[in-house]
Write a protein that binds this ligand. Structure first.
Ligand code: GLU
Length: 304
């Protein structure tokens, strides 16, 4: 399969629409990111890298970090994790509060903000600093030693995090948050502010592509069954409340973030990451979603 030619074909086809959509602005620092950027990378299991455009530019990974924080928490907690967070699509925006009341402070899944706050709380109980646990884990799985967060972005989000704070307090009132709300929010915002490139992220999902084994150092990250479970969650809940439409159009497990990044896996073959900061209404990158749709159309490869 000539992935390089496929990426170039996608990039050319998308040139007229790159920049269409809206850059996330509810985190003030993200509003300054120029929208006309696009990068895409494919990393095969033998380490071969294919890339186009701004694939080496580091961007704010935002909710893509939820996938790696979850992996770490699942690795440590196993199935007892599911007593504190569900695994159903929410059908609501990622920062919605409404279900939490009806469902007694148990978030629908680990990829909406409430769920990720619970995951951060679990990591905060197990590690000295939850954000460092996740960035170190990202370093290991991406084989890149210097994964870190952007302090300005973290602070910008923290200063405007009333909604996430409301969720965290609400869950605490139900006993589903064990650490101090302020500490969990600090760690959550720093984790969202981690910066990586498309190449880094396409490499970082190598363990999910490879049935749980990190292909870059042969370490077992998850067993095959847990890998299947996390991949299923990506498919059903990874792209906000557009996950059904995304599965329909793309047919790959994926996780997106409001920084405009989307990481996807083709099990047994490759990790894929696309980034373009302008978003469609659901919060997914506009050009990024189209790029992944084209990827499965042009290659004829998906999980189905
Ligand atoms: N830091 C963002 C928030 O909590 C993450 C949102 C996202 O990427 O979905 O609002």
């Amino acid at each position: 399969m000539d992935y390089q030619a496929t990426l170039e074909r996608i990039h050319n086809a998308l040139k007229p629409v790159i920049g269409q959509g809206k850059v996330a602005s509810y985190i003030p620092e993200l509003a300054n990111v120029p929208p006309e950027q696009f990068g895409m990378a494919v990393v095969e299991l033998d380490g071969t890298v294919h890339s186009v455009g701004d694939a080496q530019v580091r961007f704010s990974i935002q909710s893509v970090s939820k996938l790696f924080a979850l992996t770490l928490a699942f690795q440590r907690e196993g199935d007892s994790l599911w007593a504190r967070v569900g695994r159903e699509p929410s059908g609501n925006p990622f920062n919605s509060l409404v279900q939490l009341e009806r469902e007694s402070g148990i978030p629908r899944n680990p990829f909406i903000n409430a769920g990720a706050l619970v995951i951060t709380d679990i990591l905060a109980s197990r590690f000295t600093a939850a954000e460092t646990a996740t960035s170190s884990f990202l370093s290991r799985v991406s084989a890149r030693p210097d994964v870190t967060y952007n302090a300005r972005v973290a602070q910008s989000e923290r200063q405007t995090s009333s909604r996430n704070a409301a969720m965290a307090h609400f869950m605490k009132s139900f006993g589903n948050l064990h650490n101090r709300v302020g500490d969990v929010l600090d760690a959550y915002c720093r984790t969202c502010a981690i910066e990586m490139s498309c190449v880094d992220l396409a490499r970082a999902v190598g363990f999910l592509v490879n049935r749980g084994v990190n292909p870059w150092n042969n370490e077992t990250v998850l067993d095959a069954s847990s890998t299947k479970r996390l991949s299923a969650l990506m498919l059903t809940c990874g792209t906000y409340d557009a996950a059904g439409d995304f599965a329909f159009r793309v047919g790959l497990p994926a996780k997106s973030g409001v920084g405009g990044g989307i990481v996807a896996i083709l099990p047994g073959e490759c990790g894929i990451c696309v980034w373009s900061p302008a978003l469609e209404e659901t919060g997914n990158s506009y050009a990024g979603s189209l790029a992944l749709e084209m990827f499965t159309t042009f290659t004829g490869k998906s999980i189905f």
